[in-house]
Design a protein around this ligand. Structure first.
Ligand code: RNT
Ligand code: ZN
Length: 418
């Protein structure tokens, strides 16, 4: 599409929004300040770079065998940069511990140090990308069904040591980038069948976490992620929502809301205002659960729109970190990054363009028909012209034009990986 046309459409949209009291320039500026934390693990189906036998464990699953997944650190970095070049704005990269630079050496999880991530820190600085981090409890011989809550002290200590080392790495990343690195703790611990020791495992998990978080760091922030169940661990999850909500509130720490980690009819959006009264900040794992925590590619769907609207309505834009968390191996993985990231931005833009002041006035004055009518009309205001203008100003392909760019990269790069 001609640049001139995009600008014209934007100018009309700007006028249309002004009529309902919305300043699109302000929204564009806010969207520029909206930084996703893009997960590194869509590029290679959550494999990482440990020399390892056996597949993904820990109750999570990747389906599909679309050709061209990243096989090493160079390919992964190239793929991430390619995806980022098609996503408007500036974004962070969220690494898992298994993505360290281990060379050909076997470095066990309780041996990892900052030296295995110095390459990432240098690379990130070179590309002006900030890093976030995750400890990794899955896909390891000691993962089993229980890690931090394992009654075997040896196994528990192993994972405690791993988590502590990960926090030190996150601290080093944060200090290097002079911006706090957000470190997420998610462990898969649970039970396939009925357990009679619910209290015990949770007591052990609490104790392990207390030990892990003992030390305070200035350049990293911790968050804890709950879950309903994992595949093969259907009957019981040690780190349930109640457990971590209580833990985070009590310890004044951040909680991670993964949109796939709640019961299918539960609204994650509704949790924003409830939780932000009791925890300092939130981390998101934006995903698309289809019937279960299936981690489909994020799209501009109602749950995601609701979630971002609730963040804006709560005035909490700066108290939320916007991680993505999906992994789909059935399609072009770079394309999956671009679709999901752009979808999250569109949801945020639509939230920023809501005529909130008028809606609130209606509500506070009992004008319920007017409130609902304006909410409905808000859905069809020309937000898409504003998003196109955002892409144009950020010098990335507008609309469906990024499809061709993804295809070109596939033809010249990923399809050559055999
Ligand atoms: C799993 C959690 C967790 C993982 C990543 C890879 O259900 O969502 O966040 O997806 O750590
Ligand atoms: Zn998650």
């Amino acid at each position: 599409m001609k640049e001139e046309k995009i600008k014209q459409a934007y100018d009309l949209a700007k006028e249309r929004y002004a009529a309902v009291g919305i300043d699109t320039e302000k929204a564009l500026k806010q969207l520029q300040d909206f930084h996703l934390s893009i997960h590194c693990w869509q590029a290679d189906d959550v494999q990482g770079f440990e020399p390892r036998e056996g597949g993904l464990t820990g109750g999570i699953q990747v389906n599909g065998n679309y050709p061209g997944k990243a096989r090493n650190i160079d390919e992964l970095r190239a793929d991430i940069l390619e995806a980022m070049s098609l996503i408007p704005g500036k974004h962070r990269l969220n690494l898992h511990e298994i993505y360290g630079e281990f060379g050909n050496k076997f470095v066990d999880r309780d041996e990892v140090t900052i030296e295995h991530f110095q390459g990432w820190i240098d690379w990130a600085r070179e590309h002006d990308i900030k890093l976030d981090f995750n400890s990794t409890s899955f896909s390891h011989p000691k993962s089993g069904d229980l890690s931090l809550s394992n009654p075997d002290k040896g196994i528990r200590d192993f994972w405690i040591e791993h988590s502590k080392r990960c926090r030190a790495i996150a601290q080093a990343m944060g200090e290097a980038q002079q911006d706090p690195c957000i470190m997420n703790t998610w462990v898969h611990d649970g039970s396939k069948d009925i357990t009679v020791n619910r209290y015990l495992y949770r007591e052990l998990l609490k104790d392990s976490l207390d030990r892990i978080f003992e030390h305070h760091y200035d350049w990293m922030k911790d968050c804890v992620e709950s879950k309903v169940f994992g595949i093969g661990l259907e009957s019981y999850t040690v780190g349930s929502s109640d457990f971590y909500t209580a833990y985070a509130a009590k310890n004044d720490m951040m909680i991670t809301l993964d949109t796939g980690h709640f019961h299918p009819t539960e609204s994650v959006a509704d949790k924003v205002s409830a939780m932000l009264l009791f925890v300092p900040e939130l981390m998101l794992h934006v995903s698309r659960p289809i019937r279960w925590d299936s981690d489909h590619v994020t799209i501009m769907d109602d749950p995601t729109l609701d979630l971002f609207s609730e963040i804006v309505r709560a005035g909490a834009l700066n108290r939320v970190h916007y991680g993505l968390d999906y992994f789909d191996g059935t399609m072009n993985r770079i394309g999956a990054y671009v679709i999901g990231s752009r979808a999250a931005q569109k949801c945020m833009l639509r939230a920023l363009l809501e005529p909130l002041a008028t809606l609130r006035e209606h509500e506070l004055n009992g004008r319920t028909f007017q409130r609902l009518a304006l909410l409905e009309e808000g859905k069809v205001l020309p937000w898409n012209a504003v998003y196109d203008e955002f892409c144009r100003r950020n010098d990335v392909p507008v609309g469906e034009h990024y499809i061709k760019a993804v295809e070109d990269y596939e033809n010249t790069v990923t399809s050559k990986r055999r």
